[in-house]
Design a protein around this ligand. Structure first.
Ligand code: ARG
Ligand code: ZN
Length: 874
């Protein structure tokens, strides 16, 4: 039991359980919303047609309407003032006899005071909404749960000069002007939807327009709305949208279903973007891009998020979630869909490697820490805390395994059945699995454990070879580690794409899909005259940790020869991981260290020289494993040692291969700017060469990096050079930082980069820089992008965050306490880095824990932060 549990009863947080799901007592087939919009005083009138749900368990239950921080001005039932209602906490509960009524409720809200950015809020003079998951109840009283689907008719009235554009979901029905300078617009969305998909936008916005014709011939008007001046940076988002619409028709047979598709970009946004029906609202960072201000990575992120939100129109909107425990039903599936789309648009192996890197850096640590949860959680206190790498990225991996087990055609038959069967419904993960099972004709009975059990399974592999019979035996053993609330685990279904290479010919006789279903299992393969080299979990066919007895020679072989590009990357990573883990654990004497480095250096040199590789892929192969992933292999971990060993290896490789890095940098610097794969690959390698060179020769590389910065005609080169300079103690650092700030002073997204690069840098004073930047005139706690730019970058910078005296932990705890009253949702995101204390060496662990306790002792905390902190201390 933690300290929180001993606080008075009113502090005991309510825990919502999946098992407690009950159908809603009342349905709301139609709702009319009337807004008189104003920055500080918006009046809302909501008229709900309510009727008893025939599927409800209690046929006499009152009508319960959720609210959050709002007050009912008037309550009318069937047009008459009604008094038989009461507030129960934040909920408005109305006693209603009979089975169908019309209920009207008036509320008044202040969007400017809404710093939580949930519900209706002001962003730089415009008004917009974010309702997922439970923001609608901050606008009006409503059964704010995803299984209540309504047809929305929305009337927006506002001052015409201040809010010339008035948008909501669906199609425009009518509009007009009044003599008092106001104007109005009526929108109607014909598709029933839950309240979390409601949206409105009012403000001074400029559209970029295009048009798309669906496969069945429906003409769709597309518009991306941004602030005047930003419309020059919407082209990539528009192209991405059109490509997404085409792709979903071709690959999943899904067409768009309205005459209009609007996207609005706003600067103040808690998440990345939101799939509101017909009116997606985006964080500007996932819309605006041009070569001068956005990196290649930013371009990819725009394409991926535009696609993600568009794909939600089917996986999320047409088929939505029954309750928030089913969040992965839409998010896991939609992440898989956006990953598949981006793979098709670019390089499939490079995309796969990037996705696995994100999973390992963000989700594996979540799965091994105090906040671990299954992709379909069993309970929560605050649902906003479950928009996690587990629900999203592991959720996508779980569905990806279904594609591996079923094959693409049968998987498609499964998704066809799913969409057909559940169109218009609020469905469950179980519905999805059943549809895939029936449509794809595969048995997923045991596979369902992936929805139930948290923790990253570990697979131990032993290979034996009998030279007489030529038989190879693979003995596999799986363990699913205990996680909070789940001490005992059952074996999972783990599909592993596997190949056995012949060392002499460098080839294999075909890939096998082996499916591990038991705790321990053996698989045999005939016809191997020599002991083969094992290539397992190719393409990362299962989101597990493989512990295989691969020698340095095997890994070097696979890094050079494996025909699965992911497996080549994996061999290279494993080569470095094994070496660095041994180094950190003090298991390397001087000779072993030298031998390990030489093996890595040799493999790297071969990759640099391999003419068969494209540069984008080469860029993946030369990347060292990140410190977060290395830390996962050590328990407890000394982050300072991981950092020191990794930096030392990088410096050694920089020195040893200096001529190759220099030649690579020169070759790539000569490639002119374009957005094609070859030029992007060159840009990726250019900065990577600088990274290695800087570790070996800081002074010389400062000149080279400054030259790259000065010559840059695009943000990728500029940011790469500045990133390297930020880590060096050199005069060019200040020069470039000042130049960058001055040149991009009026571009908020680029100034975010300026903060991030300093907070994430290798500079020994990075933490002091962060503390100073918190007082910079451009810094504010009210803009989530700016907060993340400074503090997420710092929390992800091991040398700064894990400063031995605890100053990094204190800085993050101070931030959480200061941000929580402003924006609890964003504040709660910063708890996880501190929550990993149990896997850190005892000295730092105590300091981390002390900061969590300091937060827990605060007199008032948001439900968001309280849940994360109390779970991190349990
Ligand atoms: N559904 C949105 C998306 O993934 C994200 C909504 C985020 N909401 C939240 N409470 N964090 O596209
Ligand atoms: Zn999503």
């Amino acid at each position: 039991m933690n300290d929180l549990a001993s606080q008075p009863a009113q502090f005991t947080p309510a825990v919502i359980h999946r098992a407690d799901y009950r159908p809603p007592a009342w349905l709301v087939p139609d709702i009319a919303l009337d807004f008189v919009l104003d920055l500080t005083e918006t009046r809302v009138s909501a008229t709900l047609d309510v009727e008893r749900n025939p599927a409800a368990q209690d046929a006499t239950a009152p009508l319960r309407l959720n609210g959050d921080g709002i007050v009912a001005g008037a309550v009318l039932v069937d047009g008459e003032p009604h008094n038989a209602w009461a507030m129960e906490g934040d909920d408005l509960v109305i006693d209603l006899p009979g089975s169908a009524h019309q209920v009207t409720i008036e509320t008044t809200i202040n969007p400017t005071a809404n710093t939580q950015l949930s519900g209706l809020y002001a962003s730089g003079g415009l008004l917009c909404t974010q309702c997922e998951a439970e923001g609608f109840r901050r606008i009006t009283f409503f059964p704010d749960r995803p299984d209540v689907l309504s047809c929305y008719t929305v009337t927006l009235t506002a001052d015409k000069a201040q809010f010339p554009v008035l948008l909501s979901n669906g199609n425009p029905v009518d509009s007009g002007e009044e003599d008092d300078g106001s104007h109005w617009a009526i929108w109607h969305d014909p598709w029933p939807k839950p309240s979390y998909l409601f949206a409105l936008v009012a403000g001074d916005l400029v559209p970029t327009r295009d048009r798309f014709t669906t496969a069945s011939g429906r003409a769709v008007d597309l518009a991306i709305w941004v602030r005047a001046g930003d419309e020059t940076r919407t082209g990539h988002a528009m192209r991405s949208l059109i490509a997404s619409m085409q792709w979903d028709e071709k690959v999943y047979g899904r067409e768009y279903d309205l005459d209009l598709f609007n996207i609005v970009a706003v600067s103040d946004f808690n998440a990345g973007a939101m799939e509101n029906k017909g009116l997606n609202i985006f964080n500007t960072r996932y819309i605006l891009a041009d070569p001068d201000t956005a990196t290649d990575g930013d371009y990819d992120a725009v394409e991926g998020v535009v696609a993600h939100e568009y794909f939600h129109n089917w996986s999320g909107n047409r088929v939505t979630c029954r309750d928030w425990f089913q969040l992965s039903l839409k998010e896991g599936f939609t992440v898989l869909r956006d990953q598949q789309f981006s793979a098709d648009r670019g390089s499939p192996p490079v995309k796969r490697i990037e996705d696995v890197r994100i999973l390992r850096a963000a989700q594996f640590p979540e799965d091994s820490g105090p906040l671990a949860h299954p992709i379909r959680p069993d309970s929560y206190q605050e649902i906003s805390n479950f928009y996690t790498a587990t629900v999203y990225n592991k959720g996508a991996e779980v569905i990806r395994m279904m594609t591996v087990l079923a094959g693409p055609e049968r998987f498609r038959a499964g998704t066809d059945l799913y969409f057909e069967r559940h169109d218009g419904q609020a469905a469950t993960c179980e519905d999805f699995v059943t549809a895939i099972e029936e449509g794809a004709q595969i048995d997923l009975a045991q596979f369902r454990r992936w929805y139930e059990q948290a923790g990253t399974p570990r697979v131990d592999v032993a290979l034996s070879h009998d030279p007489v019979s030529g038989r190879v035996t693979l003995a596999l053993k799986q363990t699913v580690p205990p996680t909070p609330g789940q001490s005992v685990k059952q074996p999972m279904v783990i599909p592993l794409r596997t190949a056995l290479f012949d060392r002499q010919s460098g080839t294999h006789g075909g890939e096998h899909l082996i499916v591990l279903t038991q705790g321990q299992q053996q698989f045999t393969f005939e016809g191997h005259a020599r002991p083969p080299v094992l290539s397992i979990n190719r393409g990362f066919s299962a989101p597990v940790a493989i512990i295989a007895p691969q020698t340095v020679e095997d890994l070097v072989f696979l890094a050079a020869h494996d025909d699965d590009p992911f497996a080549r990357y994996e061999a290279m990573q494993q080569l470095v991981v094994q070496h660095l883990v041994a180094a950190v654990e003090g298991r390397l004497d001087d000779d072993a260290r030298e031998a390990g480095r030489k093996a890595i250096g040799g493999a790297l040199a071969a990759i640099l020289a391999d003419a068969g590789l494209d540069d984008l892929m080469r860029g993946e192969l030369v990347m060292l494993p990140g410190e977060a992933y290395l830390a996962e292999q050590l328990n407890p971990v000394d982050p300072a040692r991981v950092h020191a060993e990794r930096e030392a290896l990088k410096a050694w490789l920089g020195r040893e291969l200096a001529p190759a890095w220099t030649a690579l940098h020169d070759r790539c610097a000569a490639v002119p700017f374009s957005l094609d794969a070859a030029a992007r690959g060159a840009r990726k390698l250019k900065t990577q060469a600088l990274v290695y060179l800087a570790a070996a020769d800081p002074q010389g590389t400062a000149l080279r990096a400054k030259a790259q910065y000065d010559a840059a005609d695009n943000m990728t080169d500029r940011q790469g050079a500045l990133m390297v300079l930020c880590g060096l103690d050199c005069p060019q650092r200040e020069e470039a930082l000042d130049h960058f700030h001055a040149r991009f002073a009026d571009n908020r997204l680029v100034i975010d980069k300026w903060f991030s690069l300093q907070a994430g840098s290798l500079h020994p004073d990075a933490l002091a820089h962060v503390q100073a930047l918190a007082h910079h005139p451009d810094f504010t706690l009210t803009n989530p992008n700016r907060v993340r730019a400074l503090y997420m970058a710092m929390a992800a910078n091991p040398a700064a965050f894990h400063a031995a005296d605890g100053a990094g932990y204190r800085t993050i705890a101070d931030l959480i306490l200061a941000l929580d009253p402003i924006n609890g949702n964003v504040a709660a995101r910063f708890v996880a880095p501190l929550g990993r204390w149990r896997r850190v060496e005892p000295g730092r662990a105590a300091l981390m824990r002390a900061e969590l306790e300091r937060i827990a002792a605060a007199p008032r905390l948001s439900r968001d932060v309280r849940e994360q902190v109390s779970k991190s201390l349990e």
